[in-house]
Design a protein around this ligand. Structure first.
Ligand code: AMP
Ligand code: GLY
Length: 426
């Protein structure tokens, strides 16, 4: 099979790495990819907005499957476009991708189908007065969310009314998130432990990959600003077999049914961001794609043929036996540029990448670029190092991941030293 992956982050490197192991693969292309993905296949520089060029490329290379990594091209309709010209795509249609790009749409589906989630109210920008009144009467903490896509930044946890009112002004009066903030959700604050579940689906049937847990905050002990994710481990023991069963029957299955029956059939990876609370599991959010960095932790634990799984889902005939969980565990630690998630400087040389030669360690490139034989930093999250083992010895894996990470360096390199602290405490 000839396969093209869309995207250029750590998630796409993890997808490329796994797909490149498939016995049914002939040629792998990554559009546009990064220096890491160039070791798994051929990087092709095309603009992700330029559907016509991607279409021409697919025809030229006789692409059998396109796997779309990030949310933006899904929301923009790349899957619909490619399906329209007869290319199989792993990734939802634009209308199904609204489960991520319109939080009010996701909330409505949940409420209508009895899927447990935080209580909420929504307001549009011309309801500023009502929103303000609501926030003045509410109990705290609460959570303010921009309805649209805000690159993972449109969520404000408000400990008190003052923070909430300031956040409201930023969203509605100062347009901090542009159009994404023309509508907001005000949600009750949930307490518990978070977990991520990836459901691979053909729109009707699904399988869940091993659970994982992300570390969203920049600082150790989960402090400081929210980021795209500073590390992850898999599986997340907080998702016991019983809880996983509940997630499948009370969350994933009903949401896929509701999507299908409302004309928004979801094909691809449905990511459920969950809070395991004392009153059961509640949905924090749905995403329309694989999570990053969770994918970098989850995929190394899969045996079988991952490409076969994605292809079967894209073709409406999910092969539930295509992959198996190998029974092990993994930890991924993200190295970021000094200053991230705020301002940072690109272009520092990354040294020591060739020092990593442990078979149970993978370095996934994210914000990197190649320049005259050197690898330079080129983003906030620069790379992720994942270590894995065939048994569930998280402590052992943690030692390996940090030992290997210490062999790589660049100016201002930062990483959290406490990834997987929740599981190591248990
Ligand atoms: P989201 O972009 O929706 O994943 O939100 C980012 C992060 O904010 C989540 O991973 C949670 O840590 C936190 N969060 C979002 N909504 C809630 C909520 N209702 N209660 C508690 N924490 C939340
Ligand atoms: N790791 C969080 C996300 O991918 O949205």
């Amino acid at each position: 099979m000839n396969v093209a992956i869309i995207g250029s982050g750590g998630r796409e490197h993890a997808l490329a790495y796994k797909i490149s192991e498939s016995p049914i693969l002939s040629n792998l292309f990554i559009i546009p990819g990064n220096p890491g993905t160039s070791k798994c296949g051929t990087n092709i520089i095309l603009s992700l907005d330029d559907f016509k060029s991607i279409d021409n490329f697919c025809k030229d290379k006789e692409i059998d499957l396109v796997v779309v990594g990030p949310e933006a091209p899904l929301v923009a309709g790349l899957s619909d476009y490619l399906r329209g010209i007869g290319v199989a795509v792993f990734g939802p249609s634009s209308s199904a991708a609204r489960i991520e790009s319109e939080k009010s749409f996701a909330k409505k589906i949940m409420v209508e189908n009895g899927i447990s989630t935080a209580q909420y109210r929504e307001f549009t920008s011309d309801e500023y007065g009502e929103a303000k009144k609501y926030l003045q009467e509410k109990t705290y903490p609460c959570v303010l969310k921009a309805d649209g896509l805000a690159a993972g930044k449109g969520v404000l946890i408000c400990e008190d009314m003052k923070t909430a009112l300031k956040g409201l002004d930023e969203l509605f009066l100062q347009n901090k998130y542009g159009r994404a903030g023309n509508k907001i959700i005000v949600e009750d604050f949930l307490t518990g432990e978070e977990a991520s579940i990836f459901a691979i689906t053909d729109g009707e049937n699904f399988i869940c990959l091993p659970s994982s847990q992300d570390h969203k905050r920049i600082g150790e002990n989960d402090t400081g600003l929210n980021t795209g994710g500073m590390g992850a481990y898999s599986p997340a023991p907080v998702v016991s077999d019983k809880i996983l069963e509940e997630i499948k029957t009370k969350i994933i299955k009903p949401v896929l049914t509701a999507m299908r029956e409302s004309g928004n059939k979801f094909v691809g990876c449905l990511y459920a961001g969950l809070m395991i609370t004392n009153e059961g599991t509640k949905v924090i959010e749905f995403n329309c794609r694989f999570g990053d960095p969770e994918t970098q932790a989850v995929l190394p634990l899969l045996g079988g043929d991952f490409l076969k799984l994605l292809y079967s889902a894209a073709n409406g005939n999910l092969d539930k036996e295509a992959v198996t969980y190998n029974g092990g565990c993994s930890i991924c630690v993200v190295a970021s540029s000094k200053g991230y998630p705020e301002e940072y400087i690109n272009g520092y040389e990354i040294k020591g990448l060739n020092n990593i030669n442990c078979p149970s360690v993978i370095v996934y490139h994210a914000g990197t670029k190649q320049d005259k034989g050197k690898i330079l930093t080129n983003g906030g999250r620069v790379f992720g190092v994942t270590a894995f083992s065939l048994n569930k010895d998280y402590k052992f894996v943690k030692n390996i991941v940090y030992q290997n990470l210490s062999k790589i360096s660049f100016e201002g390199m930062y990483y959290r030293r406490d990834i997987a602290h929740m599981v190591l405490k248990k």
